[in-house]
Unconditional design. Sequence first.
Length: 386
Amino acid sequence: MNEKGLPKTLVLQQLMSRLREDFTYDSGQILGSMCTKPLELATQIYTTCLEKNLGDPGLFPATVKLEKEAIQLLGSLLSNPNACGHFVSGGTEANITALWAARNLSKEKRNEVIVPASAHYSFDKAANLLGLELIRVKPNERFQVDTAAVKREITSNTLAIVGIAGTTDLGIVDPIPELSEIAVAHELFLHVDAAFGGFVLPFFKELGYANLDFDFKLSGVCSITVDPHKMGLAPIPAGGILFRNEEIMKSVSVEVPYLAGGNTVQSTIIGTRSGASAVAVWALLTHLGREGYRAVVKRCMDLTWKLAEAIENMEEVSLVTKPVMNIVGIKSNGIDVHLLAQKLRERGRAVSVFPNHIRVAVMPHVRLVHVQSFLKDLKNIVKEIT
Ligand code: PLP
């Protein structure tokens, strides 16, 4: 560090120039991310609440109340207004917290968690941190977890099952009602990772799409990850962990005796925690309401069908499967997908790459012109390399 700092204007100039290297949502370059440009209202609120610390609730009682209300609003969206939980740094922290609770509630010292092969890598982190073993179950022909195989994997050492409502690679929804029945029958903890789908699936029925049950309506569901910083239009960081009831949350609670305002209890991994995130989510849920989010989902899904149709009409590439949500998996028999992604990146388009496909997430920032120019590039690249 230099002895003398630079003037503010110079720092800003340098910073703005250096940040130009980053991809931007508005440009349509970001086509593979599950995050999106936050709604302006949320950004405004976030920046005015930067000093709020939910890790010190005695100092910010109003922020604590707003977080509680926002969690209740989310709970009611997920069929349980009595759900409790917190806004955390993201889906990773939410999934770790869920398995932390599951492990603490396990009566004997069980250590196996059955997860779909499609589970996000955050479960590997959770298992590593918590001393658990992941038992991975292969998908069926529709890319959902094979529930018969889940049943076969249950042993006296199983403590939890995980289902995904919006897989990372393809946006697939596991048969959560079946997983719920299995969990109830075997008295196992069921965690649903709806980091992506939690802000998409609740609107499907009203939009006339396939209604896929995945939430607290199902009696076996003990906890749900739902991320406002994905389809919820919130600024990063905003993950969400919701528990069916206080009893479950208490299993990860730690007393903090020394903070202002007296004894307090924390049920999150981190201590100091962004109050700005929670307040911004409260404002988003209150401002957009079901109607606002439904419109966002409809726009994304309309665009998803258009992209999917165009891919189906191409010869060299095809859909991995018909999209369930606003995530499109594109594969090719003759072209290496890594080369495809690299060529797209050379043209300024960032997509995600999985072993056998590229992923386009049709997020709220993606517009028709972006999809059209992506398709144009894709066609040119395919011609060039075949
Ligand atoms: N769960 C799913 C299904 C995801 O797709 C992701 C990220 O893409 C996560 C969890 C982790 O979320 P985060 O990156 O916010 O930690």
